[in-house]
Write a new protein. Structure first.
Length: 102
C-alpha cells in the first residue's frame, strides 16, 4: 500500500504571487519504479496511484478524506517565510553598516 503525502506546495519561482500555494495537496509516493517502454521509450509504471493528485481547501479536509479512504498518510507542514520590511531609501542611508558601491 502506498503512502499518501499531504502538503502545501511552495510558490513557483516563475511568479511572485502566492495564489496556488494556499491549497493543500494529497498525492502518493511512487510505489514502483518507472521503466522506459520498449516500443516508444516513454516512462511508464504499473502503479496508477502516482497519477492521483487531489486538492483541498484545508489540511483537516485532506486528513479527513485520507482517513475515510483508509489510506496511510504523512502530513508535511509548510515553512513560513519571514518578510523583512525594506525601503528603497535604505540603500542611500548614511548609517549603513557597509559602504554602498556599484
Amino acid at each position: 500500500m502506498a503512502v499518501a503525502r499531504i502538503y502545501q506546495p511552495a510558490k513557483t519561482a516563475m511568479q511572485s504571487g502566492r495564489a496556488k500555494a494556499k491549497k493543500w495537496i494529497l498525492d502518493f509516493d511512487p510505489a514502483t519504479r518507472r521503466d522506459p517502454d520498449p516500443l516508444m521509450g516513454w516512462q511508464s509504471s504499473g502503479d496508477t496511484l502516482n497519477q492521483v493528485r487531489l486538492t483541498f481547501e484545508t489540511k483537516e479536509d485532506a486528513i479527513q478524506y485520507a482517513e475515510k479512504k483508509g489510506w496511510q498518510f504523512i502530513v508535511t507542514e509548510p515553512h513560513h517565510r519571514t518578510v523583512k520590511p525594506k525601503a528603497y531609501a535604505d540603500n542611500f542611508a548614511t548609517k549603513r553598516r557597509f559602504s554602498w558601491t556599484h
